[in-house]
Write a protein that binds this ligand. Structure first.
Ligand SMILES: [Zn+2]
Ligand SMILES: [Zn+2]
Length: 443
């Protein structure tokens, strides 16, 4: 009898202070589903119907801050690098893990036909009224992140350490992470041992995840080229220096950079996305403007692309007889650095997701040439290992039809893109909770 009683008391103690405390997979799964049912779907629809453009995330960030507070963060800091938000959960000695969600939407007019489609218009930098939509899934990111905070906030007896929830503005313009870091982010928080994030995938089905160890997303640079000529009458070309012909030569020569000058084993893209010049049939104008996007992985290739573009511009201008002082002006904008998923952390995170999801729902993917400024958190001198994974969003039925070749799937940023909220959010919460929990448990 006494022994039984002793065991019962011991059991109760173990329940309250479990040895080797951790969240079990079935608990995480059940709790994530419950959260999505009871709370997160509404929150998702709120974010979806209240999109705000990059650098204008005023209401969104206020809601994120309020939700982080409710989820049990000990400290919530707002207005970091613009509308950036930090929620800190302190729970004794242990590892420090940072979880990031981006908060901005895009100037896209939603055409999904969903009952909760966005009809919102907002003002852009130029004061234009533009339709606004969460076409990149950042509403999914915020909602999963709040779900993660709620679950970890309500299970403090199952983990030790510190979790930092970072709501980031202006990912779409590649400026939000930089703004937060420049505003002293790393002085405001305990130094993270790891930083993790997820991004919605428009090609994986809801309920699945994918990841890439190592280089996962590209360096992004925007380049403007101002080509100058000497205009005149369209019938007297010999008295002019025609910038349209020069622009045409430059556009074609630029194609040889990737095909002839960069190693076929190094990924690179040079795209001329915009060309504007001239006013009328019979006038040779003075200027042509080109807008390019460049993609690469390594710093060497990134620098080489820019040098080669300048060389080609100058060389073609010289060949066209343009005086040196009028050679094209090439302006390179600071872009998003390539995203390098720490290989060791990637494997740890994949193992943690494997506790929650069936193996066939975890995909090892190829890198893509898109960009993500989450990369910046891994590039400071503190050398924080980072990991960003893909969270499938495509409704299963649409995915199956696409696999059968009946439809093509809209990409991220498309007016037609939408995730299947329930399975996407459930998987978002359970995968992230599992990753954070397992990293916190590390010695
Ligand atoms: Zn995007
Ligand atoms: Zn995005």
């Amino acid at each position: 009898m006494k022994m039984k009683r002793f065991l019962a008391v011991l059991g109760a103690i173990v329940l309250v202070f479990p040895l080797n405390a951790q969240l079990k997979a079935d608990y995480i799964q059940a709790e994530a589903a419950k959260q999505v049912d009871a709370y997160l779907l509404d929150l998702y629809k709120h974010f979806h119907t209240h999109p705000e453009l990059s650098f204008y995330e005023k209401e969104t960030s206020a809601r994120v801050a309020e939700e982080l507070e409710k989820a049990g963060c000990d400290e919530v800091i707002t207005n970091v690098g613009g509308y950036g938000v930090l929620g800190i959960m302190r729970n004794g000695n242990g590892k420090t893990v940072m979880v990031r969600a981006d908060m901005d939407a895009l100037p896209v007019q939603e055409a999904t036909g969903l009952e909760y489609a966005s009809t919102v218009t907002t003002q852009d930098d130029q004061g234009n009224t533009v339709y606004t939509m969460h076409a990149c899934g950042h509403d999914v990111h915020m909602t999963s992140f709040i779900g993660t905070a709620r679950m970890l906030g309500s299970t403090r007896n199952k983990w030790k350490g510190t979790i930092i929830f970072l709501g980031q503005p202006a990912e779409e313009r590649g400026g939000g992470a930089d703004a937060m870091l420049k505003d002293g982010l790393l002085d405001k928080i305990p130094l993270p041992d790891y930083a993790v994030a997820l991004h919605t995938s428009a090609s994986l089905p809801a309920g699945h995840v994918g990841y890439v160890g190592g280089y996962a997303m590209a360096n992004v640079n925007s380049v403007d080229i101002h080509i100058k000529g000497q205009g005149g009458h369209g019938a007297y070309p010999h008295t002019t220096k025609d910038p349209v012909v020069l622009a045409a030569k430059i556009v074609l020569s630029l194609q040889t950079i990737v095909s002839r000058e960069i190693s076929p084993l190094d990924p690179a893209v040079v795209t001329v996305g915009s060309i504007h010049g001239g006013t009328k049939h019979n006038i040779i104008g003075n200027d042509v403007h080109l807008q390019l996007t460049l993609r690469s992985y390594t710093e060497e290739v990134r620098v080489a692309l820019i040098e080669k573009i300048k060389r080609i511009c100058n060389g073609e201008a010289m060949a066209s007889g343009i005086p040196e002082e009028m050679w094209p002006e090439v302006t390179v904008f600071e872009g998003t650095p390539s995203l390098y998923n720490d290989p060791v952390l990637s494997e740890k995170a994949a193992a943690a997701m494997g506790k929650i999801l069936d193996t066939e729902k975890i995909h090892v993917l190829s890198p893509v040439m898109g960009g993500e400024d989450f990369s910046r958190y891994g590039m400071t001198e503190e050398d924080i290992p980072i990991f960003l994974y893909w969270l499938g969003g495509v409704p299963q039925e649409k995915y199956d039809r696409a696999q059968a070749g009946e439809i093509s799937l809209p990409s991220l940023h498309s007016a037609l893109f939408y995730p299947d909220p329930e399975p996407t959010l459930t998987t978002g919460v359970e995968s992230m909770v599992s990753i954070v929990n397992s990293l916190l448990l590390e010695k």
